[in-house]
Design a protein around this ligand. Structure first.
Ligand SMILES: C[S@@+](CC[C@H](N)C(=O)[O-])C[C@H]1O[C@@H](n2cnc3c(N)ncnc32)[C@H](O)[C@@H]1O
Ligand code: SF4
Length: 377
């Protein structure tokens, strides 16, 4: 048996037809281990030999669960800003490199393996600096837009046609990073950015989105520091009331090693300040989630930058990559794909794969076949 459950969901159609009390419905999903399963499962009542036919068939096709949880792609390798808290260490990035349409096209071949909101157009960097961003969005197949989203600093001046292209692509959502509404502090936290430009972009983006019934949802991410602590309640409220926020993530700074001690001393919000922040935001009507720092050693810890795998190719003990589904993939602007957390163990370039989706399916199949215990996970 692969999956079981209780058949107690309402079936008013059966009841109306005089069959039972109308509570015999069930809904089951195949587990991730069956994401490459291509047989036809059947159903039966536990403890009896009674098969449950579906449309008069004893076995039937059920949708496979997504093989990949997400594909965290970046269409560029750089950013237009240099925020002093950034998870990315840009010290070695001297030149902006862009994903080509050909590479993006190959990545799109992975779409059948991805769920809604599973394809990220930015993970580490700033997607709007890609001069062909609108053209890439235009390549998203009709009806597949809900699989895509990205995060932006809205720091580059953009015209309404750009925001319209986000609507037309049918994106799932757009994350906007907004940490302060104080113009002076903005220049410190979002180095090389200007609050005036962000607000102009944001106001016009919201206007364009409001004019469409199918616009992407807008989420906000605010980093909290000692320096913007007092503003946070007002920012969350304003984003909801004025800028269509459907969710607001209030986030601690991952304490990355390359952030300067000077920045930490002035801005870092220490662990003891978070209960007060949560209490201040608790009763807000605006939908929000507070992501607090870890309990232990938050101030003392120094973690590696998120682009560490690009710089050092991530050292892991020797061994084969673990292809237990569902997979988490990264994709760089040049088409290199990795397994998240196992970057040094597995990488391939989508440009060299005849069939990227078939390649991933096959890798999972071979992994499962190499040990039956793996496919049962
Ligand atoms: C790495 S950025 C890439 C997208 C874009 N450049 C931006 O900032 O919106 C993605 C998100 O991570 C956040 N971020 C950056 N550095 C961080 C850190 N040290 N800890 C937690 N989140 C961070 C940013 O504020 C942004 O919301
Ligand atoms: S805008 Fe985003 S990617 Fe760019 S430096 Fe700031 S946090 Fe990092």
């Amino acid at each position: 048996m692969v999956v079981s459950g209780v058949a107690d969901l309402p079936r008013p159609d059966n009841q109306a037809a005089g069959i039972g009390d109308g509570k015999h419905g069930f809904g089951l999903e195949l587990p991730p281990s069956h994401s490459v399963f291509d047989g036809r499962p059947g159903g039966e009542v536990e403890g009896s030999a009674c098969r449950l036919p579906y449309r008069n068939e004893e076995t039937f096709v059920v949708p496979a669960p997504p093989l990949i949880t997400f594909g965290a792609a970046d269409i560029v390798n750089n950013c237009n800003l240099r925020c002093p808290f950034c998870v990315v260490d840009y010290s070695e990035v001297k030149k902006t490199e862009l994903m080509t349409q050909a590479t993006f096209g190959r990545l799109l071949e992975l779409l059948p393996l991805l769920p809604d909101a599973g394809f990220w157009l930015s993970c580490l960097h700033e997607p709007t600096i890609h001069p062909g961003f609108e053209e890439l969005l235009g390549m998203i197949p009709a009806g597949q837009g809900q699989k895509f989203w990205f995060t932006t600093n809205l720091a580059r001046r953009m015209d309404d046609a750009m925001f319209q292209s986000w609507v037309d692509a049918g994106l799932h959502h757009v994350n906007v990073s907004l940490d302060t509404l104080d113009a002076e502090l903005f220049t410190v936290l979002r180095k090389h950015g200007r609050l005036e430009v962000l607000l102009d972009n944001l106001n016009r983006m919201v206007r364009v989105f409001r004019a469409s019934a199918n616009a992407p949802r807008i989420r906000f991410i605010s980093m909290v520091f000692e320096s913007n602590f007092a503003e946070m309640e007002g920012i969350v409220r304003r984003c909801h009331e004025e800028w269509m926020s459907t969710e607001h993530e209030i986030r601690y700074m991952y304490n990355v090693a390359h952030v300067t001690d000077e920045f930490r001393q002035v801005h870092l919000l220490t662990r003891d300040r978070w209960p007060e922040l949560s209490a201040r935001l608790k009763d807000l009507a605006a939908p929000h989630v507070v992501i607090c720092p870890p309990d232990e050693d938050y101030e003392e810890q120094r973690i590696n930058p998120s682009d560490d795998f690009e710089l050092t190719c991530f050292q892991l003990p020797a061994g084969p990559p673990d292809f237990t589904p569902p997979l988490k993939l990264r994709a760089r602007h040049n088409g290199n794909i990795f397994l998240v957390g196992q970057e040094g163990r597995f990488s391939a370039n989508v440009g060299t794969l005849a069939d990227p989706a078939g390649f991933v399916r096959q890798a999972v199949r071979e992994w499962q076949e190499s040990s039956p215990a793996k496919s049962a996970r």
